[in-house]
Ligand binder design. Structure first.
Ligand SMILES: [Cu+2]
Length: 167
């Protein structure tokens, strides 16, 4: 399964290291996070359309869909209602462009850098190239609000979108 990580916030790193998480870290962890971020930042340019097939996009889930290319397949994920809030039923609408997957795609919800347990959204066909399902993003006890949605498209791969939710 080929995986390409795309589609996070433009300039995602400051957001991922939100104030709330940095203050809680001890100095050692803070140093590690800083080093990790610098290392990741240096990798970022390689994620941006190096071969014309991949495209890095912003994912402001409150404003519109998260969109990315998974190989040659255009994947768009819309979460509603907006703003996207924790602890309420959300509708996930996935658009798959081009050739359709043999089996239904699905989404795993999780937090960046934290195991929140399994939270899978199963999708069912709604129309040509449109799949829909519902799920709930829980409220993290730590107060962190950065979540990720990993979209699995059978026989194609997976793509991860990182976004923030409202409490
Ligand atoms: Cu959490």
């Amino acid at each position: 399964m080929l995986t390409k990580q795309l589609g996070t916030y433009g300039g995602a790193h400051p957001t991922l290291l939100g104030e709330e998480s940095l203050v809680r870290l001890n100095p050692k962890a803070r140093l590690f996070v800083t080093i990790f971020c610098v290392a990741t930042l240096s990798l970022c340019p390689t994620l941006v359309s190096p071969d014309g097939k991949t495209k890095r996009i912003d994912c402001d889930a409150h404003a519109g869909p998260c969109v990315a290319y998974l190989e040659a397949t255009l994947v768009s994920l819309e979460m509603s209602p907006k703003p996207v809030k924790a602890m309420q039923e959300l509708t996930f609408t996935l658009g798959i462009g081009g050739e359709q997957p043999a089996a239904n795609p699905y989404i795993d919800l999780g937090m960046v850098g934290m195991d929140m347990g399994r939270n899978r959204v199963n999708l069912t066909p709604e129309a040509d190239g449109v799949f829909r399902g519902t799920g709930v993003i829980v409220r993290c006890p730590s107060g962190r609000r950065i979540w990720k949605a990993t979209v699995f498209v059978p026989d194609v791969g997976s793509v991860e979108f990182v976004f923030d939710v409202v409490y």
